[in-house]
Design a protein around this ligand. Sequence first.
Ligand code: SF4
Ligand code: SF4
Ligand code: FES
Length: 236
Amino acid sequence: MIFHIEILRQKNIASDPYRQRMTVEATDPKMTVATLLKALNADPELKDDSGNRVDEIKWECSCLQKKCGACAMRINGKPRLACDVKLGEFKKGEIVLEPLRKFPVIADLIVDRSVMLDNLKAITLWLEKEANHTKKGEDIAYEASRCLQCGCCLEVCPNYLSGDSFFSAAAFVPAARILSELPKKEQAQIIGNYKSHVYQGCGKSLSCRDICPAQIDIEQMLVNSNAVAVWKRYFK
Ligand code: SF4
Ligand code: SF4
Ligand code: FES
């Protein structure tokens, strides 16, 4: 099948973005966007639709198994993992690849997502002692630990703006784990930060719920974090 691929490209952080279109043939519908990008970069003769040589397309990947979150990008307008999207989905053969929009672009499809780690640091979201495991908290801790910090939830959150004080689902999902593992008497600092950086800004629209590539039960994470941090209840 013939695919028309459009990529929003940018040489570096300071240069202007431009769109490049290319037409390629791929026969395996199970091939992923990640494999396609690898194949494009491996072709030294690749030309765009205007006949120009296509420079190496910059993108990130590591696991290629939906486990690391590195390959998150906008695919036909939706934030997704390139290693999770098969070419068979594109019945019309049109594929548009763009970098995530809520992060600074480093080059082509690579963005700087360090703000997510900075946000976790700002909530003091870490354990200084061994985790306090309880039967009730274990399921929550496991579910929350599957977060890839890919940034897809921030991309669709209507309330999230990079650099703003609201940290969105990429913060309240890990918060659910730490709150489930931290003894009650040591939760005060995190709870204060949680209220100002998560609870007060979240409109509970749950746009983040359906986009998560790890299929984390985001609603349950939000309910449980709020239950502990705001309503002083135990995990459900
Ligand atoms: S909650 Fe889901 S979408 Fe958000 S950063 Fe974690 S894995 Fe990605
Ligand atoms: S529930 Fe809505 S406002 Fe809250 S983090 Fe998710 S998308 Fe953003
Ligand atoms: S490369 Fe790790 S999630 Fe895609």
